[in-house]
Design a protein around this ligand. Structure first.
Ligand code: SF4
Ligand code: SF4
Ligand code: FES
Length: 222
């Protein structure tokens, strides 16, 4: 999924424009406050423009830090999203979600010294992962369109490199963790997979080659 950048947020103009600004306006509710906003605004910008008391959970504004978690209600349909990546719509109700509670899985990657027992250690650290009920809640809640459930299944069977690749675009918003009825913490399963892959595998060959050529050029100037 491509992230919005500031450049993407161009004004939209249509027949319902207001005379003065030439921009379409939308009325929505943010954290219980009725807000009027221009349609090119993201939900974060609308909250700021509408005077919604500042939420602490806004960071990069580029869809990278995963902090601006919101719940959206459109009629009877409730979904979640990243507020800096979602444009305003008339009639929607938006609630900024508090940060996820501290993770309850603890480990130190440097203590994993033997790659043969990673799978056993994984199940000690994430015992809930074996109880995935395949409810699809994690995937449905992911604003990055990641196949979260598949990543959890791969990690559970010791395929950490493949799991890490699935979670490559994860921004650690932890919306999947909030959605999981088994408290599996899929975001942290993904993070574990990426960490053990980096810990036990060689770095990418193009990076190794580049470092080697830098090292050689340093020596040639000595
Ligand atoms: S995998 Fe989970 S933490 Fe990562 S972006 Fe998707 S919902 Fe957020
Ligand atoms: S939300 Fe939890 S239980 Fe449901 S599919 Fe995802 S990991 Fe499995
Ligand atoms: S503010 Fe960083 S993802 Fe929205």
């Amino acid at each position: 999924m491509t992230s919005l950048t500031r450049h993407d947020r161009l004004p939209l103009v249509n027949n319902e424009t207001t005379g003065q600004s030439g921009m379409c306006r939308s009325t929505l509710t943010i954290n219980g406050m009725v807000v009027e906003a221009e349609s090119h605004m993201t939900l974060v910008e609308a909250a700021w423009a509408g005077g919604v008391p500042r939420t602490s959970n806004v960071g990069c504004l580029e869809g990278v830090c995963g902090s601006c978690r919101v719940m959206l209600r459109r009629g009877k349909v409730v979904t979640v999203a990243l507020a800096c990546q979602t444009f305003v719509e008339s009639g929607i109700e938006v609630v900024f979600l508090p940060p996820q509670e501290a993770p309850h899985h603890h480990y130190r990657i440097e203590e994993l010294s033997d790659s043969w027992d990673i799978q056993a250690r994984f199940h000690e650290i994430f015992p809930e992962a074996a109880h995935c009920r395949h409810c699809h809640g994690c995937g449905a809640s992911c604003p990055k369109g990641i196949s979260v459930e598949e990543g959890v299944a791969l990690a559970s069977t010791g395929r950490f490199q493949e799991a890490g690749e699935i979670f490559f675009e994860c921004v650690m918003c932890e919306l999947c963790d909030s959605a999981c009825p088994e408290r599996i913490a899929p975001a942290h399963v993904g993070l574990f997979s990426r960490r053990v892959t980096a810990h036990f595998h060689l770095r990418p060959p193009n990076l190794i080659n580049r470092l080697e050529s830098l090292r050689k050029s340093e020596h040639s100037h000595e």
